[in-house]
Design a protein around this ligand. Structure first.
Ligand code: ADP
Ligand code: MG
Length: 331
């Protein structure tokens, strides 16, 4: 069946039937607005992302189930980066008329499974036909106790810089897809179905271990650049400390140019955060609690330093704190 035959309201009913009651949801899909509860003393966090076919994804490379999962994960990742708990999701869809219902069901499967895995409930949205590409707009709301909010502007000289997980996997998978090679399955999964680091984000915020935090969506250097700019500081990194997965390392042995992807490739959705020296013991406790490696990359320095990356030979490569988009590594 095509979506046109089911109609907008048929499709909305089909979605509504699949959504369970969420905690804190007084009214979900079906009225003019959703009505939800923010716990007393907490702030509402809201983040939104637009995904356009051929701009942000290609159906040739990404199955609709993965697309549903990823579109949730990338939004939830922003809530994690503030230290919050994700709670509610709104879904805007512009659907090409010829889209098969099975495809939309696969998208919704992925979206609902991923949302549930974070305790997030779909509470509303908007649906219409699109004369062109598939459009997906997702808004996620979360909450955080007012005193625990972690922003980008709190990094100070002397703070240590940490990142979770490994970097470059998603960008390497994308590079393979772009050159018609099949990526290693682990790398492909990191690209198509990333997981937001909500447990880590909450643990860091609750323990007040992080002075600043951001999720790595645009690449390590670009996102570190955002923290440095907001905080008015610089940074020194040691390239060799950047955490890499075994499949990434295997490829790196063949092509040293892949350091670029670890430094500047995007869509890792790991958390990058800074830790004051007095909080190191607290961080050690958080590290025991979460099931993710946390790696120290370097330190925050004074603003005039920009970003200095020390390579394997101990050489400094100085980058101005701007325009990392076109960064090229030294191999
Ligand atoms: P209105 O015209 O008042 O905006 P709609 O007919 O667009 O209402 O939507 C009816 C209900 O269905 C609303 O509760 C809306 O939030 C929900 N809804 C519409 N599209 C979606 C969607 N893609 N996902 C989840 N809920 C949706
Ligand atoms: Mg509407």
């Amino acid at each position: 069946m095509k979506l046109g035959q089911l109609g907008e309201f048929g499709f909305i009913d089909r979605i509504a039937r699949r959504v369970g009651a969420g905690s804190g949801v007084r009214l979900g899909i079906g009225d003019d607005c959703a009505a939800t509860v923010v716990p007393p003393g907490e702030l509402l966090l809201t983040t939104s992302d637009l995904l356009i076919e051929e701009v942000h994804f290609r159906r040739q490379w990404t199955g609709l189930r993965d697309l549903g999962r990823k579109s949730v994960a990338v939004n939830v990742s922003d809530i994690a980066a503030m230290g919050g708990t994700p709670r509610h999701l709104y879904l805007g869809l512009g659907i090409p008329r010829q889209t098969a219902l099975e495809e939309l069901d696969a998208f919704m499967d992925g979206l609902l499974v991923e949302a549930e895995s974070y305790g997030v409930t779909l509470v509303g949205g908007d649906t219409c036909g699109s004369p062109g590409p598939l459009l997906i707009s997702i808004t996620v709301e979360g909450t955080i106790p007012e005193t625990e909010l972690v922003t980008r502007d709190g990094a100070r000289p002397g703070d240590a810089i940490f990142v979770s997980g490994t970097l470059g996997d998603s960008a390497l998978a994308l590079r393979k897809l772009q050159t018609d090679e099949a990526p290693d399955p682990y790398l492909a999964q990191r690209h198509h179905a990333p997981r937001a680091r909500t447990g880590l984000g909450r643990a860091l915020a609750r323990a007040r271990a992080a002075s600043a935090m951001i999720d790595v969506s645009d690449g390590l250097l670009a996102d570190l650049g955002h923290v440095l700019k907001a905080s008015g500081v610089g940074a020194r990194l040691e390239r060799e400390t950047i955490p890499l997965s075994p499949p990434f390392r295997r490829e790196l042995e063949k092509d040293g140019g892949l350091w670029d992807l670890a430094l500047a490739g995007g869509e890792d959705y790991e958390l990058l955060f800074t830790v004051p020296s007095g909080k190191q013991a607290v961080l050690d406790q958080v590290a025991e609690e979460v099931e993710l490696p946390l790696t120290r990359l370097g330190s925050i320095t004074s603003p005039d330093d920009g970003i200095v990356v020390k390579d394997r030979h101990g050489r400094d490569c100085r980058l101005p704190n701007a325009g990392f988009n076109h960064f090229r590594g030294t191999g």
